[in-house]
Design a protein around this ligand. Structure first.
Ligand code: NAG
Ligand code: NAG
Ligand code: NAG
Ligand code: NAG
Ligand code: NAG
Ligand code: CU
Length: 403
């Protein structure tokens, strides 16, 4: 057996032990994160090994096994060739014709746009609700499937390891402006920094501005044209026609910089996320505490990308880097689930805990809780699924782990 057995019971005391360490040196925080994510990976592999052993004795074949498991990797760890293959596949998707009919979205001009359309249509249902994590897990999987099956991509969806580049994300392999980056930062235009405010205005956190804000003119997605949106209020950019589904071609812009990344998605954030005891606490950190300045790494990193469409929650999947950010969201959830195999992966309560577990945005207006048989509707972008089908990444239609 190549992989050692890693019983779940041994992981639990380890988690409790980690939680009680007062982390003073950043290096401890970083290496504890590395230990936890590799424990999660080992735990996933040992699940597959156990399954394989039991299946072999029954002369059966498992759908998902150590022989066909997809391993999603950090963008910077891909070779130049692998990065270019990923980029080529995304560009291919941007050239294929859309499946969305023009009378549904006249702005959808490519297969890539199909994914933005379904996100725009459902934004108000699929965030801060019980379907958020499963919906986006299936969304990323469907995008990866389209890259592979429609554009001949041989690899898997890479992710953006938020804390790794928190001090200078604009210089990371994702944004450095080289041919293997997903396009550089936006051109620098002097502007004010964001002020993160609680809705009552009592607390506010002014942050340093990003280091771009203008057009993306370097790297693989230099001068990319965004067709859809925006829906929400972007500084200096009027909303697009037809609630964002109309045709509104304009240059891709970004405003990448360290301020939001260090504040909302550093190694402490990721460690705290992995140590959360239940789904409610987990999501209050991931997506933020309502009515406070704590917007969490999900929102924080969306605003690290910033610009247009990155600054518009509805249209954000139209920036190719969205898919690396949501790769990391899913990596965190996958790792957290694998760190407690008995408690975190199966039941309905693992999706619908707390105020974010309902079927309306932060339970407003009040609604029932999400259920495992609730449908994940991919519209014209891809096949639909259900919450229950995607709760585990090693079962049903899914078969992957994150390194
Ligand atoms: C992460 O950011 C928080 C808030 O600014 C800070 O208190 C903490 O020390 C940072 N952690 C690391 C590892 O840099
Ligand atoms: C991480 O794991 C390594 C190897 O097991 C160990 O030596 C190290 O002390 C661990 N670090 C932390 C911060 O737990
Ligand atoms: C769009 O057009 C098709 C075929 O012309 C029609 O069947 C469908 O109902 C239309 N959809 C909408 C939303 O108008
Ligand atoms: C918004 O646009 C105005 C006018 O161009 C500019 O002065 C300001 O700095 C911008 N604010 C942000 C947060 O980008
Ligand atoms: C950004 O690109 C658009 C479209 O190509 C162009 O009209 C505009 O002048 C560019 N902005 C700057 C500051 O160069
Ligand atoms: Cu989203």
């Amino acid at each position: 057996m190549v992989f050692s057995h890693f019983p779940a019971l041994l992981l639990l005391p380890c988690l409790v032990y980690s939680a009680s360490i007062p982390f003073t040196r950043p290096i401890d925080v970083e290496s504890t994160v590395a230990n936890l994510t590799s424990s999660a990976y080992a735990s996933g592999l040992s699940l597959l090994n156990e399954r394989e052993t039991s299946l072999r004795t029954r002369a059966d074949e498992s759908h998902c096994s150590i022989h066909n498991i997809a391993i999603r990797r950090e963008y910077g760890s891909l070779s130049s060739k692998e990065k270019l293959q990923y980029i080529d596949a995304v560009k291919c998707l941007q050239k294929l014709p859309p499946r969305t009919p023009a009378n549904v979205s006249s702005g959808a001009r490519s297969r890539f746009d199909d994914f933005t359309v379904v996100h725009i249509q459902q934004t108000l249902d699929i965030h801060f609700s019980g379907i958020f994590l499963p919906w986006h897990r299936w969304f990323v999987h469907s995008y990866e499937k389209a890259l592979r099956e429609e554009c001949g991509y041989q690899g898997y969806q890479p992710y953006w390891d938020w804390p790794k580049y928190a001090h200078a994300p604009q210089e990371s392999p994702i944004f450095d402006g080289s041919e293997t980056s997903l396009g550089g930062n936006g051109e620098y235009i002097p502007h004010e920094g964001p002020v993160i405010q609680s809705p009552d205005g009592k607390t506010s956190l002014p942050l340093a501005p990003g280091l771009g804000s203008g057009n993306v003119t370097t790297g693989a997605f230099a001068n990319m044209v965004v067709n859809l949106g925006p829906v929400g209020g972007l500084n200096n950019t009027a909303p697009g026609p037809d609630n964002g589904l109309g045709y509104n071609p304009r240059p891709l812009k970004r405003d990448v910089g360290p301020a939001l990344n260090e504040r909302y998605a550093n190694y402490s954030t990721v460690l705290n996320l992995l140590l959360k005891p239940d789904i409610e606490a987990y999501r209050l950190l991931l997506e933020g505490v309502p009515y406070t300045i704590e917007i969490g790494p999900h929102g924080g990193i969306h605003y690290v990308i910033g610009g247009d469409p990155g600054g518009d929650l509805f249209t954000s999947p139209a920036d190719p880097v969205f898919w690396l950010h949501h790769g990391m969201i899913d990596r965190m959830w996958t790792s957290w689930q694998l760190l407690d195999l008995t408690g975190r992966r199966f039941g309905e309560q693992q999706i619908n805990g707390g105020g974010y577990g309902h079927i309306t945005w932060a339970n407003e207006p009040p609604s029932r809780k999400a259920r495992l048989d609730d449908v994940i509707d991919m519209g014209y972008a891809a096949e639909s699924s259900t919450i229950g089908e995607v709760m585990r990444t090693l079962d049903g239609p899914l078969c992957y782990l994150y390194l």
